[in-house]
Design a binder for this molecule. Sequence first.
Ligand code: 5AD
Ligand code: SF4
Length: 432
Amino acid sequence: MQKPEKPAAPPAAGRAARLVHIITFGCQMNEADSENIAASFRRRGFELTDELKKADAVVVNTCTVRQRAEDKAISQIGRLRVWKEKRPEGRVFVVGCAAQKLGGKYLKHRFPFVDEVVGAKAIVNFEEALESQFGPAPDTETAHKNLFRSPQTAYVTIMRGCSLKCSYCIVPAVRGPAAFIPVETILEDAAVKIKAGAREIVLLGQTVNSYRHGRTTFSGLLERALALPGLERLRFMSPHPIYFDDGFTALLASEKKLARHMHLPVQSGSDRILKLMRRGYTRAQYLALLARLRAAAPDLAVSTDFIVGYPGETEKDFEETLTLIKEGRFSLAYCFKYSPRTDKPEMAATLSEGEIEARLERLLAAVRINSRVILNERIGKIEEVLFETETYGRTSGNFALRVKAGGIPGKMAEVAVAGADKNTLNGKVIIL
Ligand code: 5AD
Ligand code: SF4
């Protein structure tokens, strides 16, 4: 980190606050990091702005999970060249996973107008980068503000990094091995966010259900979090299939505040590919887990991730992925084209771009049909909805839902589901 010759002056009395524009790519972990970054800026008297041209500082929080994510980050940074020319006193911060992968030296050489580079491994020390640009922070507290999802929903990071070794994945390299945040810190973070208005907390981690701190397991942490006053609903993401234990299923059965939704990435329906990916489970084991979870919570909605075109994926492997969509009864699936993240020859794509594209289209079509079926199954049911506006909210299963009127933002209500259109349920509030 380079020290500037003269720290920028704080805003003079009477002058409007300085503004920071934060651009976030990637996953919810990045969104949570961006919220912390925003809080650090706000402690220094900055306010957030959606408009780049009004900003005094810009943060690009980058992702590199697939090459396309990294390319997007790079072109975003490139576009800041003009901004900086017009505003030489403006500051540019590049942070996150692509920053970690590419390194400060490379980024500052390619983009000399970048002031600070903070990789994903050092993101908890973002404060130091700010201090080097603007001097020490005054000793003031700022109330938490949710920047993503909705005002009622707050992210709470419970672990950083990942200690698994899935063959295709760059996350362990850029975020480092799993490190768990102490229980008390997590509960305090959640309590602060509930006090600031959150009714729903989403616990975050790359393998969130591998959580363990001292004697506290993931289920133990969930139990403590569920007891927080003011909390209406608890979610977590993303769990890994190998870490669920009986303590968890028991909790899922008994705790209605624990959301009836899980995003449980499966990646492929072929045992051969799952093995090459080093996922640690077979198709049958994954399905058996779904059965156990659904025995505990019959209305559980499960969404997933698929990768198409993994090196060596045959038509037969791919068809096994296609059949898993229906068998897994997924409410939603994010489908990604395989993107090589290393130069290892055995990890190069074996299918042509056209072949991968064709499989992706087939996968997306199958997912679309299946999601519609799963959504329609909710018609006629009564759902608990946490409203974000008077007319819009999300069910415990994470389905979007609309009513004509009667929702109270931040409050849970029971809704009789009457129909579905596109990806959204609709119905009538029955109990407030
Ligand atoms: N190529 C394509 N998709 C990937 N994912 C992770 N790494 C890759 C890769 N190299 C997908 C996985 C994961 C999601 C966050 O991104 O499906 O669950
Ligand atoms: Fe992207 Fe993975 Fe980093 Fe999230 S953890 S920002 S998905 S590379």
